[in-house]
Design a protein around this ligand. Structure first.
Ligand code: SAM
Length: 221
């Protein structure tokens, strides 16, 4: 499955960008902030059966998977998954299942206690926000929750070309790509998710990321 987003030109172009970026992703993402990943990951518990969406090269996967009951990590870019497989090639990672899948067409037939995604909600097209959250709800077990991280608006300064919800990124070969990039204000995010039936709590990290936990409101005890 490599044709994700075929019918949505914005998603298709974004996926092409990440497929082409895969080889340089680890050198260009998180940078010297990678140190925050481990401590933040350790605050996410309990994990139970985990589905990670848009796992990329496995930056978070390798931190979370050893504490999970089971771990399925999906991404629509086979190139990203190849790097994830290499990065996860250790004794703690044997239980990680990597699968090429589109977050908008998961078709998993399974439910999970935790649906996790990092640096992904900012790349969901605003007009597909509700559809995305319906997809998350469809794979959550009763009592389960979504845990997700992304960049706060303070970090928009790091985008050299940002216009509305679209950013233009340049890869090492000079190719330029338009991707979705939405910097959510936590209060707005909580309000938007409440409209969709989710109860959400958000905390900020010192380096201007947020960590959010969202539960379907009707499933709360
Ligand atoms: C910003 S990266 C985040 C990767 C990883 N979560 C991290 O924090 O390093 C976004 C990821 O989304 C993946 N992606 C893009 N479109 C997708 C889609 N429709 N379904 C699943 N994954 C997708 C890309 O291949 C890329 O790995």
């Amino acid at each position: 499955m490599t044709g994700t987003g075929d019918t949505d030109p914005v998603l298709a172009a974004q996926l092409r960008y990440y497929r082409e970026r895969a080889a340089e992703y680890d050198a260009t993402s998180y940078g010297d902030e990678r140190a925050f990943v481990g401590p933040v990951a350790r605050t996410i518990e309990p994990l139970g059966d985990v589905l990670e969406l848009a796992c990329g090269t496995g930056v978070w996967t390798r931190e979370l998977a050893p504490r999970a009951a089971s771990y399925l990590a999906v991404d629509a870019a086979p190139e990203m998954l190849a790097f994830a497989a290499a990065n996860l090639d250790g004794p703690d990672s044997t239980a990680v299942e990597l699968r090429c899948a589109d977050v908008f067409d998961l078709g998993l037939g399974r439910e999970f206690d935790t649906v996790f995604f990092a640096a992904w909600i900012s790349h969901v097209p605003p007009d597909r926000f509700a559809e995305f959250w319906a997809s998350v709800a469809s794979v959550l077990r009763p009592g389960g929750r979504a845990v997700f991280l992304d960049e706060l608006p303070e970090r928009a300064r790091n985008e050299t070309e940002l216009a509305g919800s679209m950013a233009t990124r340049t890869l090492a070969d000079g190719s330029r790509h338009r991707i979705v990039k939405v910097f959510y204000d936590p209060d707005d995010l909580v309000a938007r998710l409440r409209e969709l039936g989710w109860e959400t709590t958000v905390t900020r990290t010192p380096n201007d990321w947020f960590v959010a936990t969202a539960r379907p409101a009707q499933r709360q005890g």
